[in-house]
Design a protein around this ligand. Structure first.
Ligand code: NDP
Ligand code: ZN
Length: 175
């Protein structure tokens, strides 16, 4: 059956909400995890992105990395392009965390333009969230995360000027 773009977007939101249902953000209020993927998609829409498959991939961006969701499932439900965008922004979970971060920085500039926009929006969302930092984070750790986000964003700039500006604003608001 043919689904409208709106129906596909809501299908992705509903799927992600279900998969992330037992997860929380790291802030003191333990915000439901789904708020973050929805925020990433909203940031993209706010920056003028209207390609529904990019918005769907944003909503689904942490499902493979952080839940039991497989690439096959995403392809089956949402199609090849959405799945391949999600895979482009998914870390290799077999690697240790520090190595995953190093590779995110190294590989950012090699991603497709659409994946770069999702990565940029993800970093904007996380920098905005640092207004209430994860429980137990020292100022040094917050600073280290900001530096990491800046390095990833450095590989993703130049695709969407509105996103570039939002990143700078989120960065400035923290200093
Ligand atoms: P991070 O330290 O990278 O935590 C940041 C991630 O948490 C974000 O990318 C985001 O991921 C998610 N997140 C959830 N809630 C928030 C929030 N309120 N604000 C911002 N981000 C939020 O993740 P891990 O704990 O998984 O990684 C540990 C890494 O940190 C290791 O590499 C270790 O070496 C390093 N580390 C550094 C220390 C330091 O002082 N510099 C101390 C200890 C460890 P998403 O978008 O995926 O949800
Ligand atoms: Zn994320």
């Amino acid at each position: 059956t043919i689904m409208t773009d709106t129906a596909r977007l809501l299908e992705a939101a509903s799927f992600a909400a279900d998969r992330h249902r037992d997860q929380r953000r790291k802030d003191v209020d333990a915000t439901p995890y789904i708020n973050h993927p929805l925020d990433v998609a909203r940031i993209l829409a706010d920056a003028g992105v209207s390609d529904v498959e990019v918005l769907m991939a944003a909503i689904l961006h942490d499902t493979i990395e952080d839940t039991k969701t497989t690439a096959e499932e995403l392809t089956e439900r949402f199609g090849e392009r959405v799945c391949s965008l999600v895979l482009e922004v998914t870390d290799d979970k077999n690697l240790p965390k520090l190595e995953r971060k190093r590779l995110q920085v190294l590989k950012a500039s090699t991603k497709s333009a659409d994946a770069k926009q999702i990565k940029m929006a993800d970093k904007i969302s996380n920098l905005r969230d640092l207004k209430t930092p994860p429980v137990g984070w020292s100022e040094a750790r917050v600073g280290a995360y900001i530096q990491f986000a800046e390095m990833v964003a450095g590989g993703c700039v130049g695709v969407n000027p509105a996103l570039d500006r939002m990143f700078d604003d989120a960065r400035m608001a923290l200093s």
